[in-house]
Design a binder for this molecule. Structure first.
Ligand code: ADP
Ligand code: ZN
Ligand code: ZN
Length: 669
């Protein structure tokens, strides 16, 4: 009797045997085919990972396959190796990895009738490639010199240095060689410009995009085009890293440092790291590009003590001859007093731009009107009832909002505790800055760009259009505006409120701040107009700002890496984080303590388990949260420990409302 071994999307580290019904012929060649099976009471889709002649389970106890879904050819072997790797590395059951990385349309028990919808080709004036700069030519030559096998390149290029043009030339080569390319970007939402540019350059490549904003049908269709090999070029966000591509010959990860490559729920994988594994496994080149590489990648490329694992390539100059890097200056706010958050120097600089019909950007990475509302009489402050956090004042629509759990309510007219009618906002968010600027420059057209004003992709695109059309004089924006956009008329960037990140408890905060400020500074002076960046700070001598003034990422990175090495932090240590949340903190801590006390856990050499502690955001949505850090100087030691420990965690008895998850290589905690 023939048995199908099936992976299902359930949180169990095991596979499930089903009987192949009479009349259905399943062979080894069908491994990778989807099947419909009964699991408990429900029907679900699984993937055949093996076909055998018998099972440990008596035949009469085995359920039959309900159907073999032959609408899709079997998933390929390299996709199996990729999902297998992720399952082992991230400690997620294989079936969950497999099913969660398929588009929803292929996971459904009753797939909607596939409509033969053709992609509407984008009307694009075929784009002419510019003459390469000398630096671009060198970079391309260096990549070509390594041949077609696996090599990881770290392309470090200042903003505007023409990294994208390098990608396009590499894609051109891959297409000419008959290979497919996977181009990963952080958030497709933020990069409609790139999509248009790539489509215009390669109108014949059948470019498809894969990201979470597509409809289920579109995502399935695009995935299928990549799988069938019809799409020679796939542009996608992190989830696209799993797309089977039969002729894959090149992977590019743009803005490789970006935190959105890290999935924050379900399987908490890093698409960048998975991409590197995939390139290695397929024996093809991978290019990681950034103006501010992650320190992990930088250490891999620039480490002088061990042979570098990545090949470092550098673009030092901006590609457009006339475009200079902006002059970065610090405004010492201990000397220059602020009015409503602004220094006189910044206000003057904005005024100058208004006079010249150029654009200014005021960057503040905090949305809302003010981070908290407070009563000076009794000390009441707007706290979220469900989280250990403040409610943020959103004056634009008269709401108090929790940015952690989504709770919201009307702004009270008086203090809920003492009745005082004079309750005041404290601190400043983008809405308040917009208000200050409106009062100061009544004639200026001011546009706020943050997650509140650009909720949907449509809104975001329309904001971008307004900026490009020159319908805005001053932009007030969060990091949304920092990434990858070209605003030719923008010549001034003012940075407010950046100091907090210098001394944050999170030791990765400086790395993120530096990247953000480099990115946002890179918006200024992209065309023939020189740019200027003014940073308001109380700590003008801080080395981070000093490096920024010199546009010196290598110096910043070297200093950070030295600190990390001394402190024993990644990339000089490997970490995993076990987190638990429950209505009672004692339950969360007890779960972690049980996990920690597992005898083998204590005995593992080279692996250190810290004490369970409450998380920085200790309560969210009425759940108390705690975490347990696991650390090792050796990735291998950590992996071997996790492979045993992961199984144990499943067996710990925990209160029913307790939730836990294990995250490997955590970025934020
Ligand atoms: P990055 O991705 O490094 O920030 P881009 O690739 O977006 O930089 O290039 C910045 C600008 O320079 C774009 O307007 C692009 O069209 C232009 N550019 C890139 N390469 C060249 C080149 N070789 N000659 C002229 N312009 C170029
Ligand atoms: Zn009060
Ligand atoms: Zn909340």
């Amino acid at each position: 009797m023939s048995i199908a071994r099936v992976a299902l999307g359930v949180p169990l580290h095991r596979l499930f045997d089903y009987r192949v019904p009479v009349g259905e012929n399943l062979t080894a060649g069908d491994v990778g085919i989807r099947v419909r099976v009964r699991f408990g009471q429900r029907l679900c889709v699984g993937i055949v990972v093996g076909v055998a002649d018998g099972s440990d389970i008596p035949a009469e106890q085995l359920r039959p396959l309900e159907a073999v879904l032959r609408d899709l050819p079997p998933l390929p072997a390299d996709w199996f190796r990729l999902t297998d790797f992720c399952s082992a590395y991230y400690q997620v059951p294989l079936g969950e990895v497999m099913l969660s990385t398929l588009p929803a349309g292929l996971r459904r028990v009753d797939p909607p009738k596939a409509r033969a919808a053709r992609r509407v080709p984008k009307p694009s004036a075929a784009q002419v490639a510019p003459e390469l700069t000398a630096e671009q030519r060198q970079v391309l030559a260096a990549i070509e010199a390594q041949g077609a096998g696996f090599h990881a390149f770290l392309l470090h290029g200042v903003t505007g240095s023409g990294k994208t043009e390098v990608y396009l030339r590499l894609i051109e080569r891959a297409l000419a060689a008959g290979r497919q390319t996977l181009l990963l970007v952080p958030e497709i939402n933020l990069t409609p410009q790139l999509e248009a540019r790539v489509a215009a350059r390669f109108p014949q490549a059948g470019l498809v995009s894969l990201h979470s904003e597509l409809t289920e049908a579109a995502r399935t269709r695009n995935w299928r085009a990549a799988f069938d090999g019809n799409a020679r070029l796939v542009l996608g966000t992190r989830l696209a890293v799993f797309t089977p591509m039969p002729d894959l010959g090149l992977i590019i990860v743009d803005e490789e440092h970006d935190a959105s490559f890290k999935q924050q729920d379900g399987m908490r994988y890093s698409a960048r790291d998975v991409a590197v594994f995939r390139a290695h496994e397929r024996d093809i080149p991978i290019v990681l590009g950034s103006a501010t590489p992650s320190l992990e990648s930088w250490a891999n490329a620039a480490d002088t003590r061990t042979p570098a694992r990545y090949i470092l390539l550098t673009l030092r100059e901006r590609a457009v001859a006339a475009a200079q890097l902006p002059a970065v200056q610090r405004i010492d706010t201990r000397v220059e007093r602020l009015q409503d958050g602004f220094s006189g120097a910044l206000l003057q600089a904005i005024e100058k731009r208004l006079g010249r019909s150029e654009q200014s950007l005021v960057f503040l990475n905090r949305r809302g009107y003010a981070p908290v509302l407070a009563c000076a009489q009794c000390g009441w402050i707007s706290r979220c009832q469900r989280c250990a956090a403040n409610l943020v004042l959103h004056l634009a629509d008269g709401r108090l909002r929790c940015h952690h759990c989504g709770f919201e309510c009307r702004v009270p007219k008086a203090c809920p505790t003492c009745g005082n009618q004079d309750i005041q906002p404290f601190g400043r968010g983008t809405q308040r800055i917009e208000e200050v600027l409106n009062a100061r420059f009544p004639q200026a057209r001011i546009l706020r760009v943050d997650r509140d004003s650009a909720k949907s992709r449509k809104q975001w695109e329309s904001l971008l259009e307004q900026i490009h059309a020159g319908d805005a004089d001053i932009l007030v924006g969060t990091q949304m505006l920092a990434k990858g956009h070209d605003f030719p008329k923008l010549t001034l960037v003012g940075v407010l409120g950046a100091d907090a990140a210098l001394f944050a408890a999170d030791w990765r905060a400086p790395e993120r701040l530096f990247a953000q400020l480099m990115q946002v500074a890179g918006r200024a002076g992209r065309a023939d107009l020189p740019g200027e960046v003014l940073i308001q700070t109380q700590f003008p001598e801080h080395p981070l700002y000093a490096a920024l003034v010199r546009h010196d990422f290598p110096a910043f990175a070297a200093a950070q890496l030295k600190e990390r090495e001394q402190a024993g932090f990644p990339p000089y240590a490997y970490q995993a984080m076990l987190s638990a949340e429950a209505p009672l903190i004692a339950d969360a801590i007890a779960f972690l303590a049980t996990a920690r006390a597992w005898p083998q856990a204590v005995e593992h050499v080279d692996v250190m388990l810290y004490d369970p502690v409450p998380m920085r955001l200790a309560r969210r949505a009425n759940l108390e949260r705690a975490q347990l850090l696991v650390e090792s100087p050796s990735r291998r030691a950590l992996q071997s420990f996790l492979s045993e420990w992961g199984g144990l965690l499943q067996s710990i008895k925990a209160p029913s409302r307790l939730r836990w998850h294990l995250e490997v290589d955590p970025l934020e905690f």
